[in-house]
Design a protein around this ligand. Structure first.
Ligand SMILES: Nc1ncnc2c1ncn2[C@@H]1O[C@H](COP(=O)(O)OP(=O)(O)OP(=O)(O)O)[C@@H](O)[C@H]1O
Length: 344
């Protein structure tokens, strides 16, 4: 969908921001650009919608050379979300979201109807429509930024550290929302972040850059974590690469057995939903996990559990069985071996 072919960007002051970049960003996927500060991520992103033009090389979006297109028109056809949302302070939330449709010549009524629909899509209350950006929290402003980028339904979305300015809890919520939206919308997304955990969580592919605008490795998260191309990538991924890999694997295949009947038992509510571990008068909290939860969450829960067992539940939260720390551990080990061999 987006192809970089031998792209070079040197600014007039002599700085090389991007060096001989060849990279394909597949249609309907999230490509995350990561790397230390100043390694050329933002410049790469901005060359896609011609906010920056390359010095040499070719960039194609949907097969068309971006340099052969009118820059303003191209920009309107590509969604763009930046840190701190970049909203117009004197326009209401609704009018902010309707910006691009209005620029594209939609009538006001249709543009506002679309904006109202998008408010709901990004999880904002309808009464936010008439507020001004400063009357919203940072997280809400980011949602408006995403809604504005989606307004004209562009096939491509560029996101530059969109969640960089919000606290970790809100950040995780925004990441969840983006994953949910992406399941529905299948946009081609290019996402810049400093945060490797965010990259692993959101990316279908992760491109790691190093200073001087060099692409070092581009691979799906599991492959990157299992087989970093060199020490630079390994260092960038951090010491807990193995645990990060487990965050990508689900519990689904880990066997389940019946609930235990020893010292510790599982207390259930009348509907069969686990409440806590119980032994005599002692109660210990638990976190029930479903098939879609990660092996990392399962390991964490099994370490906290007095029996080493985790409570498995269905979509309704009803107990389906328990899994042991040993089974989770065995699957975790297998996930590593698999990732290494698949990548080899
Ligand atoms: N307009 C410009 N003129 C000159 N140099 C620039 C310009 N824009 C960026 N640069 C330089 O190009 C290099 C790459 O910058 P870029 O913003 O693409 O990096 P980045 O990886 O996005 O960094 P950060 O994570 O800090 O945002 C840096 O050395 C930067 O100083």
């Amino acid at each position: 969908m987006i192809q970089f072919d031998a792209v070079h960007k040197r600014f007039p002051n002599g700085t090389t921001a991007v060096n001989d970049l060849s990279l394909d960003m597949p249609e309907g996927g999230v490509t995350v650009l990561v790397g230390s500060s100043g390694c050329g991520k933002t410049t790469t992103l901005r060359m896609i919608n011609r906010m920056v033009d390359p010095t040499s090389g070719t960039i194609r979006v949907g097969g068309k050379d971006v340099l052969a297109q009118d820059a303003a028109e191209l920009r309107r056809s590509i969604g763009y979300v930046i840190q701190q949302a970049g909203l117009f302070p004197h326009r209401t939330v609704l009018d902010n979201i309707a910006t691009v449709p209005l620029l594209l010549g939609w009538n006001r009524k249709k543009a506002r109807a679309r904006a109202a629909e998008l408010l709901e899509t990004v999880g904002l209350a309808a009464d936010s429509a008439k507020r001004y950006p400063h009357q919203l929290s940072g997280g809400q402003q980011q949602r408006v930024g995403v809604a504005r980028a989606l307004a004209a339904d562009p096939p491509v979305l560029l996101m530059d550290e969109p969640f960089g300015a919000v606290d970790p809890v809100v950040r995780a919520q925004l990441q969840d929302e983006l994953l949910r939206l992406q399941k529905e919308l299948s946009k081609t997304i290019v996402f810049v972040t400093h945060d490797i955990d965010e990259a692993v969580r959101l990316g279908d592919r992760i491109a790691v850059f190093r200073t001087g605008g060099h692409l070092v490795q581009c691979a799906p998260p599991a492959e990157l974590l299992a087989r970093p191309a060199d020490d630079f990538v390994a260092d960038f991924l951090g010491a807990e690469r193995g645990l990060k890999l487990l965050s990508l694997k689900t519990l689904a295949d880990v066997p389940q057995g019946p609930a235990p009947e020893g010292d510790w038992t599982l207390a259930l509510d009348p509907a069969g939903r686990p409440l806590h571990w119980a032994s005599g008068d002692t109660e210990l909290p638990l976190r029930p996990l479903g098939d879609g939860d990660s092996l990392l969450a399962a390991l964490d829960e099994s370490l906290a559990s007095p029996t080493g067992l985790i409570a498995r539940v269905d979509a309704a939260g009803v107990l389906t069985g328990v899994s042991s720390r040993d089974d989770i551990h065995a699957h975790a080990g297998r996930a590593h071996t698999e990732a290494r061999t698949v990548a080899a």
